[in-house]
Write a protein that binds this ligand. Structure first.
Ligand code: AMP
Ligand code: MG
Length: 345
């Protein structure tokens, strides 16, 4: 049985020393960040990182992000950093922002899936940063969930999935953002978003003046297509039930379409904003937040996706959101949760 510690509402992180030791010794620690929970191991220890892939059932060609607590760690694992890359790190760190940098030889191949680049992030979550400081090494940490499942945003959602597979659980309550970090690679001087998150294209545009959104973020990927980030290819965030995403800028149209489609099923479940829930005469409803509060929807969406299977619905219909700010990240996750079953009107 793994050790467990609850660290909510405290500023005394000295208890994380033990968890830091476990990381140093090659163990696995489940810990909160401001985005989602991470499944962490010493990012410079090949054998420790191997345990992450096994615990998650993650494909070996899907690289991991290294989490750092200071810039000294960055200079050990990355090289040839450009001015634009520095500006991005200085602006968005600590925070939900990952940058893809040229890696040094110290980073094991298993972390980068053999690529000559490495994803690096300095989280703003205090527990995460304290843990990295105690471990004194960059921590490799993908989202804490079995591959393909929604990422864990609180311990009780993922306890069954990961208990027995880790050495230590650090419980910090609910994650603040609820979606994984924005992943950016600077290509020919242009920051290119490979995975959208809380740090939005608009935020990056303001600082650098240009930004590109990778075309694969909202579209399906063909089996042999070459992508800049291996994680884009995989089935993700999906409940077992069949899901359908519907969106229109015209709220009335969207509601009408969802009403129509839900009538074709015997046990439909609708996930919607609080304002629209009253319009749906369906067996099951889940409310993901207020329509205009995209931060709230982001924080709830993985938790809500984890609830749906217990209702055994024959269809899950999900209201989409506008593609602005963190809305792009919400839509990116929902489109994958629905395995590209998406109707835009
Ligand atoms: P997760 O660990 O679940 O948060 O996923 C990490 C994401 O970062 C995946 O989508 C990876 O494909 C992506 N990633 C990590 N390292 C790299 C890299 N060196 N180049 C491109 N994408 C990366
Ligand atoms: Mg993940």
């Amino acid at each position: 049985m793994e050790k467990y510690i609850y660290l909510k509402n405290t500023t005394d992180y000295s208890k994380l020393k033990v968890a830091g030791e476990i990381i140093k010794q090659g163990g696995l620690v489940l810990f909160p960040t401001e985005t989602v929970y991470g499944l962490g191991a010493n990012g410079l220890d090949e054998d420790a990182v191997k345990k992450i892939y096994i615990a998650k059932g993650r494909k070996q060609d899907n690289p991991l992000i290294l989490h750092v607590s200071n810039f000294d760690m960055v200079s050990k694992i990355a090289k040839d950093i450009s001015d634009i890359e520095y500006t991005l790190m200085k602006t968005f760190w600590p925070g939900p922002f990952t940058i893809i940098l040229n890696r040094t030889k110290i980073v094991p191949d298993i972390v980068t899936a053999g690529l000559d680049t490495v994803g690096v992030r300095m989280p703003s979550g205090e527990i995460a940063r304290a843990l990295i400081s105690y471990a004194e090494v960059p921590i490799a940490a993908p989202s804490a969930n079995i591959s393909g499942r929604p990422s864990g945003t609180n311990v009780s959602d993922i306890f069954e999935e990961l208990s027995g597979k880790v050495d230590y659980i650090v419980d910090g309550g609910e994650c603040e953002v609820g979606l994984e970090s924005t992943v950016v690679r600077v290509v020919d001087g242009v920051p290119t978003i490979l995975r959208p998150g809380k740090i939005s294209p608009e935020d990056i545009q303001k600082v650098i003046g240009v930004v590109k959104i990778d075309e694969h973020i909202l579209k399906n990927i063909e089996p042999d297509e070459k992508v800049l980030s291996p994680g884009m290819k995989y089935r993700h965030y999906a409940p077992k039930s069949q899901c359908l995403l519907i969106y229109s800028e015209d709220n009335e149209k969207m509601v009408k379409k969802i009403q129509e489609i839900s009538k074709e099923y015997t046990n439909p479940l609708v996930i919607s904003c609080i304002e629209n829930a009253k319009y749906y005469e369906v067996n099951h409803k889940i409310i993901y937040g207020a329509k205009e509060n995209l931060n709230e929807i982001a924080q709830n969406i993985f938790k809500d996706l984890r609830k749906v299977d217990s209702f055994h619905p024959d269809i899950v219909i999900i209201e989409g959101v506008k593609n602005q700010g963190i809305g792009l990240a919400i839509m990116n996750r929902l489109i994958r949760a629905c395995e590209y079953h998406y109707i835009k009107i």
